[in-house]
Structure formats: structure tokens, C-alpha cells
Design a protein around this ligand. Structure first.
Ligand code: CS2
Length: 455
């Protein structure tokens, strides 16, 4: 069967590259690439997409000219649509190509979906100099500003060095990852990374780079062979890498975009002054409950989110977590209940098949931003949060080998704490590591939830 390509009838031509994206996984292709495709000025805004650690997406997408099919899995059936906004695809190691884009004044935005772990942040939010890959990148750039680098913060620094040298002018960097205040978070990590390589770059960045913030919300599982077969049937061409997703989608952005941007708002994105309240709502209500379900659900034998939320115990804990969140979000009750009611429907959508094991990835990076801040707020208010304690209990059990397999590059300390003795020792050790130590009431609540999860 014919492979999907731009030479097939009705396919859009590739737009000139004005956006560079780092980390072209399913999530980006279900989300920001879709909005760019649907912007009224899409013909002027092509994306050059670089893969993350694995070259798979470049290998699948390059032979089909960057095109792919988005499969929206609604309760009533699947809708397929070919997305054309990715004009060029590259492996992450095609560094000269990357620098070439940054040297082009027409390139106006660098966006990122590199996951929480990809930012290589130390506890204080600056670049983690102890990280071996970071150290190698620093050494490389110190000798040659065009040396190949592998970490996301150093890719940004290398790109900005090239842009400054080329006199290509201001640019926006926009994170689409689940970090609170992600624009400020990326700014802190990039400025500290620049400092290690070329202190003069710091002032240039301050004058020329807009660190836009964005909250992205669309549940996107991994592609299955079933998706490939369905797409073959539906579009009459072979797509090696279609993207399944859910009907719901939300994108909230704030930034000045000094070199321009597509009219994303005309495709449904919201441009706001302050993304923070939106980000917190999504991180706590969605991502926080996802993490609860990923660990507690997988321990109770559920492979997918729809199965986990159908378990009355899991659903009860999620609802408790949402009540805990409501006390600290400072949003109208109606807004929260509308969002959580929609979440229950989204989670129950069995056609999405979102794996608990996928969400269980990288817990050591995720819990500190989506779970711990709310637990801390609850404790400061004198409450014992049962929902939060359930996530903590489930994570300790996961680190001790229960439920979804561990897949987390920065888990060593937490895993050592979790396996340091029996649960009565392990729980306070892990809480301590999360900055929740010395709290007997919380420890007791977590131990009680260990039993509840096993019940
Ligand atoms: C999930 C997110 O894997 C995870 O950690 O919580 O990827 C979630 O599906 C997205 O943030 C939804 O927008």
C-alpha cells in the first residue's frame, strides 16, 4: 500500500520552518502541532521537529514528509485527520541542522516537550552540574560552541550561542511540559546553563529571549498496531506513526513572542496574562490524580486508567484528592466540579487505553511537582490528606517492586529509601526525601493507605 506523503492528492505542502521543536513524541503531535496545523496562517508556519533520545519518530516520519494521522477516540467512534504542520523531521543528533535553524531570523519559536526529567534541574531549579551528560555538554561547548550536545538545556544554550553569533535577533522559547510556571522554570535552568558556558550570553538572553509559559492538556497514549491498521483503512495509505488521542484539548499560553507566532488562538488556544492558575488546576487535578491511579491502580491489577477509575476504591481516593486540591486552588467550586466531572468522563474513555505503566514513568520527577505541593499545603492547614497519602503510599509500594515496573533515571535515592527496611522504616525515609519528613501524623496516614491499597 502507498505510504502517506505530501505527493498524495489533497495533502498540504510543507510550510517554511519558523518553529523548532525538541522532543517530537505523541503528546506534541496530538497537541501543539495540531493547533499549528489549524491556525489560519498555517501555510507560513512550518515546524522542524527533533526527536528526543530515541530516533524512532524521525525514522517513521521522514519517509512520509512529516505527515501523520491524528486518531481522535471519542465515545462514539474514531475520527482521523492528517496533520501537515511538521515540515521537517530530524534525529536529535543532527546538531548542525538544529543550529542552522536557530541562525535563521525567520525562526521565531523553540518549543519543548522533553518531560519533567529532560530539564536536568537541581533541587534549586538551576542546571544540575552533577549530571554527567550536563557536565559533558559543558565541557564540549567550552571548547567549541558548535560541539554536539545531548541535554535539552544545553541544546537551548548552543542554539542561542549560534543565534547571537548570527545576529538573528530575539526569539521565544516555550515549554509544553508539566512543570509549574514552566516558562520561569526553563528560564532559570537556561540562564544557569549559559552561565557555565559563556557568562556574557546571560545578558544577551535576558534582552532577546522570551520564556513563554504554557499549559497543555490532552491525554495521549502510545500508538498501537491497531491504530496503524485503523488508519490504513481510513485514509487508504500507510502511516507508520499515527497518534491516538482523546477529544478533549486545552492549551493556555502566555508570552510576548518577540519574533512572532502562529495565530494559535484562532485554532482554540487561549492567550492569557498568567498561566499559573490554569497550570496548577491541571497539574493537581489531572496529573496528580493520574499519578495516584498509575501506582495505586497498577498495584491493584489495573493496566489502564479506565480500569483503575472503574475500581470504586481508586475512584474514592481520586475524589478525596480532588477535595483536598479544591481547598487550595482558590477557584470557584463550579469551575472545579465541571473540570473534575469532565475528567471522570475522560478517564472512563476505554477507547483511549492509557496505560498506568506509562504514567508511572519518572515518579521521582513527577511527585515533587504534582503531589507534594498539595500535601504540604494540606499539612500546613492542619489537615491529613487521605488522597495525597494514598499516592505517597502507592509510590513507596511501587518503589518496593509492586505494580507498574520502575522506569525512572533519577530514582536511586528514593528507591534506596523505600527499600531500606520494613514499611514502618521505609515510609518515613521516603517522606523525608520528599521534604515531608518528621511528620508522624502523615506517616501514620500513609501506612494506613498502604493497607487500604492492599485491601
Ligand atoms: C500524565 C500526562 O504521563 C503522565 O504523567 O499525567 O502525560 C497527562 O496525560 C497529560 O499531561 C495530559 O495533558
Amino acid at each position: 500500500m502507498t505510504r502517506l506523503s505530501r505527493s498524495l492528492p489533497g495533502m498540504p505542502a510543507a510550510a517554511p520552518v519558523r518553529i523548532v521543536h525538541l522532543g517530537v513524541g505523541n503528546f506534541y503531535r496530538a497537541h501543539a502541532a495540531w493547533y499549528t496545523h489549524h491556525a489560519p496562517d498555517a501555510a507560513a508556519w512550518g515546524i522542524a521537529a527533533f526527536t528526543g533520545r530515541r530516533p524512532d519518530a524521525a525514522e517513521a516520519l521522514a519517509p512520509q514528509d512529516g505527515l501523520y494521522t491524528l486518531v481522535t477516540k471519542g465515545a462514539g467512534g474514531d475520527a482521523t485527520e492528517v496533520i501537515g504542520s511538521i515540515a521537517a523531521v530530524h534525529r536529535s543528533d543532527e546538531h548542525e541542522a538544529y543550529l542552522g535553524y536557530l541562525e535563521d531570523p525567520a525562526v521565531a519559536v523553540v518549543s519543548l516537550t522533553v518531560t519533567e526529567a529532560g530539564y536536568r534541574r537541581a533541587d534549586d531549579g538551576t542546571i544540575d552540574r552533577a549530571d554527567r551528560a550536563v557536565a559533558a555538554d559543558v565541557a564540549g561547548l567550552a571548547g567549541d560552541p558548535r560541539a554536539a550536545v545531548t541535554t535539552a538545556p544545553m541544546k537551548l544554550v548552543a542554539g542561542l550561542l549560534a543565534r547571537r553569533a548570527a545576529g538573528a535577533g530575539p526569539i521565544a522559547i516555550m515549554s509544553c511540559d508539566n512543570l509549574p510556571d514552566n516558562g520561569a522554570a526553563v528560564r532559570a535552568v537556561v540562564l544557569s546553563a549559559a552561565e557555565t558556558v559563556d557568562p556574557a550570553l546571560v545578558a544577551w538572553i535576558e534582552q532577546n529571549v522570551d520564556f513563554a509559559s504554557s499549559m497543555v492538556d490532552r491525554i495521549t497514549p502510545a500508538t498501537t498496531d491497531e491504530d496503524r491498521a485503523l488508519v490504513r483503512e481510513s485514509i487508504g495509505a500507510q502511516d507508520a506513526s499515527p497518534v491516538p488521542t482523546e477529544p478533549f484539548s486545552e492549551w493556555v499560553i502566555s508570552g510576548t513572542f518577540p519574533a512572532g507566532r502562529p495565530q494559535w488562538e484562532a485554532a482554540g488556544a487561549q492567550l492569557v496574562e498568567d498561566v499559573e492558575p490554569h497550570e496548577r488546576r491541571k497539574l493537581w487535578l489531572l496529573n496528580g490524580s493520574h499519578t495516584l491511579l498509575a501506582y495505586a491502580g497498577s498495584i491493584r491489577g489495573h493496566a489502564t486508567i479506565d480500569a483503575a477509575i472503574a475500581d470504586p476504591a481508586c475512584r474514592g481516593w481520586v475524589e478525596q484528592w480532588w477535595q483536598e486540591a479544591e481547598r487550595h486552588l482558590g477557584l470557584p467550586h463550579e469551575e472545579i466540579s465541571a473540570y473534575t466531572a469532565a475528567l471522570l468522563d475522560r478517564y472512563a474513555n476505554a477507547r483511549v487505553r492509557h496505560l498506568t505503566a506509562q504514567i508511572a514513568y519518572d515518579g521521582s520527577q513527577k511527585l515533587p511537582v504534582r503531589t507534594v505541593p498539595l500535601v504540604r499545603a494540606e499539612r500546613a492547614a492542619g489537615n491529613v490528606p487521605v488522597g495525597g497519602a494514598t499516592t505517597l503510599a502507592a509510590w513507596v509500594l511501587h518503589l518496593r517492586g509492586e505494580g507498574a515496573p520502575i522506569h525512572d533515571a533519577t530514582v536511586a535515592k528514593a528507591q534506596a529509601a523505600a527499600t531500606s527496611g520494613d514499611l514502618a522504616t521505609a515510609v518515613p525515609a521516603v517522606l523525608d526525601l520528599l521534604g515531608l519528613g518528621g511528620d508522624d501524623e502523615l506517616t501514620t496516614a500513609v501506612l494506613t493507605q498502604v493497607d487500604a491499597i492492599h485491601a
